[in-house]
Design a protein around this ligand. Structure first.
Ligand code: PA5
Length: 463
């Protein structure tokens, strides 16, 4: 079970000057009754659709059948998608498959396929991926809830042309779409061209959809235990039913971060896993927290321009990059460490076998393991931050199993849903991305693309 250690959010756990007053937590706990009520009311009204993702038995069976059958006839899975349709899959691959998955030979991948997620429309990465992948051996999973996102549709048209050139009329057999059950251009194309499809539940938004077919199909295709993911998610959900804030970790995480933002101006929320295996999970969380909470208006329609800024970091790497700022910069951050009790592997730091003596200042290393060093660095960084008056907390994961990752994913989704209530905003829309989309369509709609004058100014404003 995931544990939230939060004593270092309070003044008495820090330098006695900075951080939250201890008694604030009682006030938050008292107010939580209304927050929990609002979540329940909105769930009953059809919002918060991601809660239902733990009950999708028939969908899981369909995914399993597809993955164990047709899926295994391919040795490369190419996912086309962006934002919530891509980041979760990358996080699952990173956490639950061995590092450098695509570089391993068939045997070391247990004969599961390689997986590439083509997130961007940068021609340099698209061309490189298509040059590398054999179209005869690929299964392309096009993922778009709306079925019309410009980047994903452009990727699709490029990839479809590439498939048709190599395979002719058989191209459609290498495609599977994950999209809305009835709406959108992708659904229309699937029906017209007899392409296999899976549904994105309409009530689940993109960034909350990794535990739907959006993430589950690619995960199952590469051998990830998707039933385990959902078991873990269920565990998180059970704890979120608890009405006592102090016993409900995702709700407490949301409340403490909201309190730190609004009463201490700690508007930067850093998620810092101490393992490379959760690097992509931190990137996924960044989108979830940013796109859900960064809003111009609140539920009442008043301008609030609210929202914390999430930052992803990785320990110990970022101790030599961002941690200087976290220690001594402005008091505007909360740092959440994400630690794993058992990484499943460790590497001993040996003494030189040549018999040569180590310089005295390195003598502390041999006899320990890299895992011990990583853990010591995390504990030392947390303690040092506390001594410098910097709010920090730790989410402790027991291991890197599918159940634990499913629990962590659901934990952050639940926390985001609760934070939406504390901030008084709708965490499930994203009106701010619409304007950029409309301007892109306008520019591409012209005959022959001409760059927009995106910085209208006199020539003196150019350097
Ligand atoms: O969270 C969201 O809603 C977005 O990040 C979407 O996932 C992203 O814009 C892609 O949308 P779609 O899946 O409709 O292509």
């Amino acid at each position: 079970m995931i544990k939230l250690l939060y004593g270092r959010m309070f003044r008495d756990g820090l330098d006695q000057e900075h951080g939250l007053a201890r008694d604030r937590v009682q006030e938050l706990a008292r107010r939580f009754a209304d927050v929990q009520d609002e979540v329940r009311r909105r769930r009953a009204a059809g919002e918060y659709g991601f809660y239902k993702l733990v009950d999708q038995g028939p969908t899981v069976n369909a995914i399993r059948t597809f993955a164990d059958g047709l899926g295994q006839a391919h040795d490369h899975i190419l996912v086309l998608g962006i934002g919530g349709s891509a980041l979760g899959t990358k996080a699952l691959l990173n956490a639950l498959r061995p590092p450098a998955w695509n570089e391993l030979d068939d045997e070391r991948r247990d004969f599961f396929p390689r997986l590439t997620v083509l997130e961007n429309v940068d021609p340099t990465s698209v061309k490189a991926a298509l040059d590398r992948i054999d179209p005869r051996r690929v299964l392309v999973n096009v993922i778009s809830k709306s079925g019309g996102t410009a980047e994903t549709m452009a990727q699709y048209l490029v990839v479809r042309g590439w498939l048709e050139q190599a395979l002719g009329a058989a191209a459609y057999r290498h495609l599977v779409f994950t999209t809305d059950p009835t709406r959108g251009a992708l659904r229309e194309l699937a029906q017209r061209d007899r392409i296999a499809t899976l549904d994105v539940p309409p009530e689940v938004g993109g960034r909350f959809s990794v535990l739907s077919p959006v993430g589950l199909l690619p995960a199952a295709l590469v051998g990830i235990d998707i039933e385990g993911l959902l078991d873990g998610a269920r565990r998180a959900l059970e704890r979120a039913e608890i009405d006592d804030l102090l016993q409900n970790p995702p709700a407490l995480y949301a409340a403490l971060h909201w309190e730190a933002d609004t009463s201490q101006r700690a508007r930067i929320h850093v998620l810092m896993p101490y393992t490379d295996r959760l690097r992509e999970l931190a990137e996924w969380y960044r989108q979830l927290w940013a796109e859900s909470l960064g809003k111009r208006v609140n539920r009442a329609g008043h301008q609030v321009h609210s929202g914390p800024t999430p930052v992803a970091a990785v320990g110990a790497t970022d101790q030599h990059s961002q941690v200087q700022l976290f220690m001594e910069g402005p008091f505007d951050k909360v740092i959440t460490f994400l630690t794993v009790e058992s990484l499943g592997v460790d590497v001993e730091i040996p003494r030189p076998s040549s018999g040569s003596e180590l310089p005295a200042e390195l003598a502390y290393l041999p006899g320990h393991t890299l895992g011990e060093l990583l853990q010591a660095e995390c504990e030392a960084t947390s303690t040092a931050l506390a001594q410098m008056g910097r709010m920090n907390c730790t989410l402790r994961l027991p291991d890197l199993t599918a159940a634990t990752i499913g629990e962590a994913i659901m934990f952050f989704q639940l926390a985001t849903g609760y934070a939406g209530v504390w901030y008084g905003i709708d965490p499930f829309d994203q009106p701010g991305v619409e304007l950029g989309k409309r301007l892109t369509y306008a520019a591409m709609g012209r005959a022959g693309y001409e760059p927009m004058d995106s910085h209208p100014s006199s020539a003196t404003d150019e350097a």
